[in-house]
Design a protein around this ligand. Structure first.
Ligand code: NDP
Length: 475
């Protein structure tokens, strides 16, 4: 690691306080991430504290930690198991109402040393808790970890940024986008900037379009309370997909220090706009995913028709700079689709002239960066077997190792070691809202029709992104 990168880091923090100990995020994603980190020896001397609103949650905090850490210990060596057992033995739970004046401040005052406070709470509760903390003296070195959604508009994100800025310096605020902790997502930088082959062609002279697709075959998974108020555009595109787009489109940073990388991300987002007229939205109707019957979205428990929520969204982002002018970046995400498809697809322009005499048509070169499973695929035309002059499509494919720490482990590693590289900077959080807000407003005003697709299909048939032929064209 370069000296500059090291200089941007801060001291290691030994106490992690998770607010929202009994919540879904903590149980499913955060604690497994903490466990991986401990088992890998990257959270030495950690004190883990849980806090929540309930005096006696259905599964106690100790039971929860033991269950998750026990599962993590199964794949671990002896030192990893010992480290997990040590943290599980010393963990503690505190019941409190973070929206009651003084309660969170009193808990913080009772802890020794600086603390990383993870707000795994409903967004409005986190906001209120932070507002109340402005009246308290936070211990020096306190770090704040904020979950998504960060605000609900550019204005509310700005307001939340102002509240947080009154508490701690920007470098101590970690706005979580766990996609940045996914190894393949971050490896976009390695792929682009550690290989001479790609970067000279990485611009509007050679690239036709970029698609960033996150189609899920999952449905609501009991999260209607959140999803029905968010929808696909806010839930996925406003945050995760714009971050991926920024990594695909940014200029080469001088270092992997947080300032260089996050400046690069912010610069490209500042040049980005999404025209509402080019957006599309749709909602799933009853269908089948595999053998599983899926009801119409509006018949799902917890869904209210008046929210008029989309379950599939697509926007076309334009980046007004020298490198990308004229190249559409198509961002799409949705639920209840027939196939899980999570990838960035870079489509190159056709060759200027295909020598006369080749049989068959040339197809554009495509680079697929898969985000789960983690893969790299390059689709090329070659003279394959058989007729010497006939073009055949081949796919060069590499499977990449999965995330060893899990995305939340990587993010927490940054939190505990004081490196905000993998978290979203305040200005970027506001920029992402600014990009999608005109589309959200147009949708709210009914200017873009709500289309439909049967659950288990690939989306509305006339959307070009619903018809990914790249796999079938390959012979
Ligand atoms: P849950 O509703 O499952 O959990 C909320 C937690 O907050 C509970 O532990 C609850 O404690 C606690 N809580 C609520 N009000 C108070 C209060 N006044 N004082 C103290 N504790 C309180 O939410 P999730 O875990 O699903 O989500 C948490 C955050 O993470 C949200 O911002 C969400 O958007 C974000 N997120 C969640 C994801 C997920 O998959 N779940 C994915 C990505 C982000 P108790 O029940 O004991 O009162």
């Amino acid at each position: 690691m370069s000296q500059k990168v090291q200089d941007s880091q801060h001291s290691t923090i030994r106490t992690l306080l998770i607010l929202g100990a009994s919540g879904d995020l903590t149980g499913r994603l955060l604690l497994p991430g903490v466990a991986r980190l401990i088992a890998a020896g990257r959270a030495k001397g950690l004190t883990l504290i849980g806090a929540g609103g309930s005096q006696n949650p259905q599964e106690s905090w100790q039971q929860r930690v033991d269950r998750v850490f026990g599962a993590a210990a199964e794949g671990c060596n002896a030192s990893g198991r010992a480290a997990l057992a040590k943290v599980a033995k010393t963990t503690a739970y505190h019941q409190l109402d973070v929206t009651a004046e003084g309660e969170l401040a009193a808990l913080l005052a009772s802890l020794t040393g600086p603390v990383a406070i993870y707000f795994a709470l409903p967004p409005a509760v986190s906001q209120r808790a932070c507002e109340l903390l402005t009246a308290a003296d936070l211990p020096a070195g306190t770090r704040l970890v904020m979950e998504k959604p960060f605000g609900s508009s550019a204005a509310s994100a700005h307001q939340l940024n102002a509240t947080l800025a009154a508490l701690v310096p920007e470098s101590h605020i970690h706005r979580v986008d766990h996609f940045l902790g996914k190894s393949t997502v971050f490896n976009i930088l390695g792929l682009r900037f550690a290989n001479r082959l790609l970067e000279p062609l990485w611009n509007s002279d050679h690239i036709q379009q970029v698609e960033i697709i996150f189609d899920e075959d999952l449905t609501l998974e009991n999260r209607a309370g959140y999803y029905d108020r968010a929808g696909a555009l806010r839930d996925m595109i406003q945050s995760h997909l714009l971050q991926i787009m920024a990594l695909v489109a940014m200029e080469p940073p001088a270092t992997l220090g947080e300032q260089d990388v996050r400046d690069g991300i912010a610069t490209v987002l500042r040049a980005s706009t999404a025209a509402p007229a080019k957006s599309r939205r749709a909602r799933y109707t009853a269908g089948k995913i595999g053998r599983r019957k899926v009801p119409d979205y509006l018949a799902e428990a917890g869904v209210e028709a008046k929210n008029n929520t989309e379950t599939l969204a697509e926007v076309e982002v334009s980046i007004a700079n020298w490198r990308w002018a004229g190249v559409p970046f198509i961002l799409r995400s949705g639920k209840s689709l027939g196939r899980s498809r999570k990838e960035a697809v870079i489509t190159y322009k056709s060759v200027p002239h295909l020598p006369t005499g080749f049989r068959g048509t040339d197809s554009p070169t495509k680079l697929h960066i898969g985000f789960g499973p983690d893969t790299l695929q390059l689709d090329l035309d070659v003279n394959g077997p058989g007729d010497l002059f006939t073009l055949n499509r081949v796919r060069l494919e590499a499977e990449l190792a999965g995330d060893s720490l899990l995305p939340y482990g990587e993010v927490l590693d940054g939190v505990l070691n004081g490196d905000p590289l993998l978290s979203v900077r305040g200005d970027t959080a506001e920029l992402c809202w600014q990009i999608v807000e005109p589309t959200l407003d147009a949708w709210h005003a009914g200017k873009v029709p709500m289309e439909e697709y049967p659950a288990g299909s690939s989306g509305p048939a006339d959307w070009p992104t619903s018809n990914d032929h790249s796999a079938t064209r390959i012979r």
